[in-house]
Design a protein around this ligand. Sequence first.
Ligand code: GDP
Ligand code: K
Ligand code: MG
Length: 276
Amino acid sequence: MAFRFALVGNPNCGKTTMFNEVTGSTQHVGNWPGVTVEKKEGKARRFKEDIKVIDLPGIYSLSPYSLEEIISRNYILEERPDVVINIVDATNIERNLYLTTQLIELGIPVVVALNMMDALEARGDQIDIPRLEKQLGVPVIPTSANKAHGTKELIEQTLQVAQNAASGQLAESITLFEEKIEKSLEKLSELITPMLGQMYPPRFATVKLLEGDEIVTANIKMNHKLIEAIRATRDQLEQEYDNDMETIIADQRYQFISKVVSKSVKKKLSVGGLTV
Ligand code: GDP
Ligand code: K
Ligand code: MG
């Protein structure tokens, strides 16, 4: 079988280092159609399976505000890689997991490569990998791409996830937001799902319509009832949380992340500059 894996992550998390290590001399570098953003594709070497790997532009979120975000988001949604390999800089885990929460929400297969583990260990911090996996609901593979550590395991695990997905096995779903918001999303999602076809995963579409994402809004044919329901849900949540919808959702992501980090990351204690 042939598979396609997409490398997705924040700028400077080590995507290209990982890509180079995995693909070696098989890589092909071009541009994305119509723009001068680099497009890199290659094959995973040292594997008998036919695995195509693509290095997507670095992004902080799946919002449609920058060229990089639009390219990466469109690739994931339209080209549907078999698995998204989310490269996370372990030394900057809070910020990097913001994108992770959005990738997990797509309901497509995701594997986290927890990269820069060498740097994390050098500063004396620790991450409980099984705990992190459980909280995120996806496999987490520790890597140091610059030393080729964990990269073989990463591709092996990703291959396993791709094969499982091909035979219909999906990851367990996790709860990201507060129950009140989850309930509203669920209710709205029932109205949205019939309008989607294969275009967007329902959870993604629901969050984006609530946030007022212009591209998603323009692409979904909505009847009056749905437009009203979106407006009513947004009004209600904005009033309850006394904030705008995008900020409410972002806050929910950060709350989830801070729970995850407090349970799985152990920082080396230091008091007044002294390590204790
Ligand atoms: P990209 O922007 O995500 O493509 O990131 P790059 O692959 O260009 O890497 C950014 C920087 O991090 C480079 O200096 C890499 O050499 C370095 N780097 C990548 N992976 C690791 C790693 O696992 N550990 C350490 N210490 N440095 C890394
Ligand atoms: K870079
Ligand atoms: Mg790069």
